[in-house]
Ligand binder design. Sequence first.
Ligand code: AMP
Length: 277
Amino acid sequence: MRIVLLGAPGSGKGTQSQRLVERAGIPQISTGDLLRAAVSQGTDLGRQAKEAMDSGRLVDDSLVLGMIRERLGEPDTRKGFILDGFPRNLAQAHALDHLLEALRQPLDAVVQLEVDYGELVKRIAGRRTCADCGRVFNLLTSPPTGAAAQCPVTHAPHRLLQRPDDNETTVAERLRVYDEKTRPLIDFYRARGLLKVIDAEGSVDGVTRRLMQVLGVPAARAAARPKRAPRKAAAKKRPARAKAAAKRTRAAAPRKRRAPAKARRPATARRRPARRR
Ligand code: AMP
């Protein structure tokens, strides 16, 4: 499976890519991660990319394309890949088309993660990355709790850091650049019949379910869960004595009282509020 995840900064491309890597067994190629690694290693590429990254602008196409060409030439991409954060403009999308044509590996799908502007800003403010294992968390939507609380590299709690370009000024610029340069890719891929759009708000698990559904990846948990016998058939198998005992227990138990109708919330209040556009 060869896919592109499209979406504004903070739309959850990184988080959902990580889940797709686990379930589909294909590598994630994040140009943002590759560029950050180059910056922290102090390579030539990193030095050239740093200024644009710090100010929220796009890094020069030629640098990014060179990096992608090299990465897509590696053997682990033969079974597929997830492109996260690339392409970012029409020139990169055309270059990707040519590159994949030459490799005879056309894209299967492009998924657009839709998130409201206000929600994006909130999510970016809560985003943290573990300095040791690189896993991305969100203090609001996916904090490091339970089994995820311990870093698999240090076996201690994650050392969470905020990305330097997740500050208020740079975020505003990154969102502006997204609207101007990246948003046109939605129409580009729609015209090619590759675009799938999913609602990327709500719980991380919910977004993953919708993503797997549009990509046709079976849900891991549903596949692993043992099949249950249908309810009626199971009830039939109960011996008559057990059934009678259950009936007695139900009759003896005090009935649960429902709240009076007025105290219950109307169905409309339980629905999610309409999203701002
Ligand atoms: P990201 O982690 O995808 O949000 O990317 C962080 C920063 O890296 C962006 O704000 C850009 O400066 C740079 N960057 C990442 N991917 C690209 C790309 N495909 N083209 C140009 N610049 C990029």
